[in-house]
Write a protein that binds this ligand. Sequence first.
Ligand code: NDP
Length: 245
Amino acid sequence: MNTTLAGKVALVTGASSGIGEATALALSAEGALVAVGARRADRLETLVHKAVGEMLALELDVTDQESVRAAVAKTVERFGALDVLVNNAGVMLAGSIAGADTTEWTRMVETNLLGSMYTVHAALPHLLERKGAVVQVSSTSGRIASAASGVYAATKFGITAFSEALRQEVTAQGVRVVVVEPGFVATELADHITDPTMRAAAQQMATSMRTLQPEDIANAVVYAVTQSQHVAVNEILIRPTDQTR
Ligand code: NDP
């Protein structure tokens, strides 16, 4: 086991699958104590058994401020501090603007944007105390919007705006803010798209290229949070080599 993060405590949201799961395992492999949050508690229990070191499963719904505050409190109660927040929970319910089911817009804004803001709000006092780091999982959609991803992109652009404001507020106090912007990663994210045409398009895209794997993003997170305290890696954009746009 590596020890670059020995003595550090991390909280990863959206850790029941995909990027969050891989990131939690990668941080654990570097020696961190890791709390993992998501709604599917059964998946988290399975993850805890795969971890190298100590891992704490927390049932968490990031759209619920009480749930978020409780998850942060339980992390600190169990491990004594919080050094790294990986704000990763998200949904991508792709679809056109015209005729959209706007309850899906609400879900995306509440999960990806407000949920991520609530988590920063709850974690920040602890991160300030430890001169910690916040990793905000955005997307290439946080830089370039495209048809059928308007609201998803709006949430990810929102994360970028919030993160830059946060960076300006806390960097002088030693808290580092990292925005990670993945391109296409092979996870279950697109399986939750309700529009069959959009879901098929995402599946087609996945088979048309060598996609990134969740571990590729986890490696980037580990890179960012293991730099010396005076080095702030603020933004990492990672696309599959085969992804054109
Ligand atoms: P997954 O669907 O595998 O993971 C999404 C995670 O978010 C799950 O663990 C899910 O857990 C969790 N989640 C969803 N809603 C909530 C909620 N209300 N409260 C708590 N957790 C929640 O997809 P990815 O790993 O791909 O996605 C992770 C992040 O990466 C997202 O923010 C996504 O936008 C971003 N991303 C992904 C890309 C890709 O190509 N895959 C590209 C760019 C960015 P549960 O359902 O158990 O609550």
